[in-house]
Ligand binder design. Sequence first.
Ligand code: AMP
Length: 131
Amino acid sequence: MASIFTKIIRGEIPSYKIAEDENYYAFLDINPLAKGHTLIVPKKETDYLFDLDDDLLAGMSVFSKKVAWAIENVIQCARIGVAVLGLEVPHAHIHLIPINSETDISFSKPKLKLSDEEFREIAEKIRMALK
Ligand code: AMP
């Protein structure tokens, strides 16, 4: 069965899309630790990040870098923190999270509750910053 992220990539489940190319898809995390919290996913469904072949893994870093700079342009923060957990969704992904301190990237923190309008607005601004 396809993962929830594959369904998002195929457009079968909605997402607040940030960017995509032939290999990767970026969209806002629905339970964000911070405004602009983004997930980077390879289109090739693979559970574990470190099972990706070398080229796909390396390319994911380069794709993440572009998206991270766009997020940083839009969201006031000290930098973009990077995390890999994969404990919930078995489809490899990288979390990009705007942070100002170490505690901002703690996954035990309560998540933000954003409205559909807020998600749309953030996604649109990041998309614009990518252009
Ligand atoms: P983990 O697998 O532990 O890295 O966590 C999976 C992440 O995916 C969590 O931060 C979820 O909030 C996020 N997530 C799960 N389903 C969706 C969805 N439909 N849209 C956006 N983010 C999601």
